[in-house]
Design a protein around this ligand. Structure first.
Ligand SMILES: Cc1cc2nc3c(=O)[nH]c(=O)nc-3n(C[C@H](O)[C@H](O)[C@H](O)COP(=O)(O)OP(=O)(O)OC[C@H]3O[C@@H](n4cnc5c(N)ncnc54)[C@H](O)[C@@H]3O)c2cc1C
Length: 398
């Protein structure tokens, strides 16, 4: 907890979240990661009930929606604790991509959509996914998109090929980005439409293996074909042609959510590194911790994590006060900085563990496989650096 950012609510809940993760999740995480999703889900359902009973459910949602009503900067601090286990966010229904879909639908969906999709999502009864990226087009510039939604009477008929739709396996519905206005300008061509996964023509082709691990259920990324999927036009979120504006709005807070989570992963990897360095005996009476290289890694990691935390909390605080647009440059900065230091800290921790580091006997290898994507999703490093530099340089033009 960072004292200057610790509100009354953060102080009240911090210890509770910490012990929930340490006592309920960390002891079972390795077993759950090597089990089928069905088994994992049934254990996690008991954890979700426990979180509800403890009043730790949905920290991001307003209290009238059954959540804890935390501001972004408060959630940032709780999120770091949750991220110390891969199942933390899921256990309190604050996992991506559902959290982004909740925020989006809360603001822009009709009351009928709230009734049918959002409310059960917020209660944790169903899951969702977000389907924008396509294998045949560069996701870094998603205005180029092959998926179409054509109005036919009162329905949209959707055709397209998507991939990396995270958590589609077992989701109740997908929020699909599709071209509805092909003749409009680039950023006004697409819309967001809800497609229930039970819709005829929804084809989950496969869960894509990520560095050898195809996962399952919530822990997976699917390739999907939408083959003449017919849905009522009332399933649109917001207005026709507003898809990219909504995607932009969804991604701002989403990137802060990811950064907070990555800091939690860094802290856990850091703890493991220090524990291993302090206990692994290299020669009589001397552990790894006596080696200067290891000391350098520990000091460098500590400084990087602390710097990252202050940057993220500062961005979250500014976003709470001034809105997402005011922190566009900061969000780009934390997105690439935190993703990179996370990979550095994980790599150092693995190295300190020696051969053990690349086994699945610690949590490090899971994160090393699955978090490499952090430098790619929600905008690759290079795109964020370019965007940030452009904003800075705009202050220097004549
Ligand atoms: C783990 C994971 C989960 C994901 N989950 C989802 C999801 O739930 N829903 C969804 O719709 N998508 C999801 N994605 C997809 C993600 O959004 C895209 O992978 C991302 O937008 C990049 O698109 P691309 O893969 O097509 O890479 P490309 O656009 O082909 O880019 C390839 C590389 O080119 C470089 N590059 C691109 N643009 C520039 C530039 N302007 N300047 C310099 N270099 C550049 C970058 O190094 C980039 O990595 C996920 C991806 C991953 C890895």
């Amino acid at each position: 907890m960072v004292e200057i950012f610790a509100t009354e609510k953060v102080k009240k809940y911090y210890a509770q979240f910490k012990s929930f993760v340490e006592e309920e999740l960390i002891p079972v995480e390795l077993e759950l990661l090597s089990s089928s999703w069905e088994k994992t889900e049934s254990v996690l359902n008991t954890k979700r009930q426990k979180a509800k009973d403890l009043g730790l459910w949905a920290p991001h949602l307003p209290e009238e929606k059954g959540g804890m009503g935390l501001a972004m900067m408060e959630f940032a601090q709780v999120s770091e604790l949750l991220a110390r286990s891969p199942f933390g966010h899921y256990s309190v229904n604050a996992q991506a991509p559902d959290i982004g879909n909740m925020e989006l639908m809360e603001k822009h969906a009709s009351s009928a959509i709230h009734q049918q999709f959002l409310n059960p999502l917020e209660r944790g009864e169903i899951r969702s996914c977000f389907s924008m990226t396509e294998p045949d087009f560069a996701g870094s510039n998603p205005v180029n998109m092959g998926t179409t939604a054509v109005l036919d009477g009162d329905d949209y008929v959707i055709n397209g090929h998507k991939w990396f739709t995270t958590a589609a396996d077992g989701a109740e519905f997908a929020v699909v980005m599709a071209v509805t206005n092909p003749d409009a300008s680039a950023y006004a061509r697409a819309s967001m439409i809800i497609v229930p996964t039970s819709t005829s023509g929804f084809e989950l082709v496969r869960n894509i293996p990520i560095m050898g691990d195809e996962g399952g259920g919530y822990n997976s990324h699917a390739e999907i074909r939408y083959n003449n999927c017919r849905v009522p036009k009332s399933n649109m979120i917001g207005h026709e042609g507003h898809g990219f504006a909504l995607a932009q709005e969804r991604l701002g807070p989403g990137r802060i959510h990811h950064c907070m989570r990555w800091i939690g992963i860094c802290e856990r990897a850091f703890d493991l590194m220090c524990q291993r360095a302090s206990t692994r005996v290299l020669s009589q009476g001397k552990t790894l911790a006596y080696q200067q290289t290891i000391q350098n890694w520990i000091a460098e990691s500590r400084v990087q994590i602390d710097a990252a935390r202050y940057m993220v909390l500062h961005t979250a605080d500014k976003m709470d006060k001034l809105g997402a647009k005011a922190v566009k440059a900061e969000i780009s900065g934390i997105k690439f900085y935190v993703a990179n230091i996370m990979m550095e800290v994980l790599d150092r921790s693995i190295q300190v563990h020696g051969a053990l580091g690349i086994t699945d006997d610690t949590i490090l290898s899971f994160w090393y496989r699955h978090e490499r994507g952090a430098r790619i999703y929600d905008g690759p490093d290079e795109v964020h650096k370019k965007s940030m530099a452009k904003q800075i340089l705009s202050n220097y033009t004549a």
